[in-house]
Design a protein around this ligand. Structure first.
Ligand SMILES: Nc1ncnc2c1ncn2[C@@H]1O[C@H](COP(=O)(O)OP(=O)(O)O)[C@@H](O)[C@H]1O
Ligand SMILES: [Mg+2]
Length: 248
């Protein structure tokens, strides 16, 4: 693992720092055509703030979350993430798989836009799993998972069923509960409320505010204006980092 900075090298409140990040996609099945997406991406994320990524569809917002979560490799730049276990900043940009898994364990939570349902695993176990993976007993984890699903108004009759057949909004509430059950210091949210009704959207807003009050930092994409207004402390327009502006 490469140790790039000690906790004193950057402001202590910074939990994530991206600089000069560039990303393009190479379409191997299309004669290796290269599609540039973003360049010169730079921002810091501090404890307890909610930075919202804005800009039109296709500009690269979800790609930035995936790069921060280590799902997408980057072409250039640095993504420094604070490992709260040690206090040190580590560069995710190098694509070191062990480092990525460690940072996901200790530092970064992620709610993707859609639930990736695991066949035959119940909603309750999907939500409880991050806790058991961190040493909680199954009994405690399941009690907390049930409480969270109840708060999100998922009918109790669904708790024991695999989400494959659930509605879009039901699946998304399982996804949100799984992402919120732990207290990772950095929480990445990709349109978590997009398929929710107003009542459940308000529940998720309240859950986000509780995270922020605990000092957890949120980096999110929210198209819903009421949600954005309720939680955003700062906006980041990803159009400023578009690598396609001059090519278009
Ligand atoms: N895995 C991928 N392979 C190829 N192109 C991709 C991939 N992921 C995203 N893209 C492209 O990158 C651009 C940005 O996508 P995305 O980050 O999803 O945008 P946004 O979230 O802002 O709508 C789009 O043109 C999209 O087609
Ligand atoms: Mg997106």
């Amino acid at each position: 693992m490469t140790l790039l900075h000690t906790s004193t090298a950057l402001a202590e409140t910074i939990v994530l720092s991206a600089s000069d990040v560039a990303k393009s996609f190479t379409m191997h099945l299309r004669d290796g055509i290269v599609l540039p997406v973003v360049r010169n991406v730079g921002f810091d994320l501090h404890r307890g703030e909610c930075v919202v990524l804005g800009g039109p569809s296709g500009v690269g917002k979800s790609s930035i979350l995936r790069m921060v979560y280590g799902n997408y490799a980057i072409d250039e730049g640095q993504i420094l993430v604070r490992d709260t276990a040690s206090g040190a900043m580590h560069d995710l940009g190098g694509g070191d798989a062990r480092l990525i898994l460690e940072l996901r364990h200790n530092s970064i939570g992620y709610v993707s836009q859609f639930l990736r349902a695991v066949p035959r695993v119940s909603a309750l176990d999907i939500v409880a799993e991050p806790l058991t993976a961190r040493g909680s007993s199954r009994e405690d984890a399941v009690v907390r998972a049930a409480a969270l699903l109840t708060r999100l108004n998922l009918p109790e009759a669904l708790f024991g069923l695999p989400p494959a057949t659930f509605s879009g909004g039901e699946k998304q509430r399982v996804n949100i509960a799984r992402g919120f059950i732990t207290d990772h210091p950095i929480l990445l949210l990709d349109e978590p409320t997009a398929s929710l009704d107003a009542e459940n959207r308000d529940v998720v807003v309240a859950m986000m505010k509780e995270k922020l009050a605990k000092g957890i930092a949120i980096l999110g994409i929210f198209h819903d204006l009421p949600v954005r207004d309720a939680v955003a402390t700062r906006m980041l327009d990803i159009s400023d980092f578009s690598a396609r502006k001059t090519a278009a």
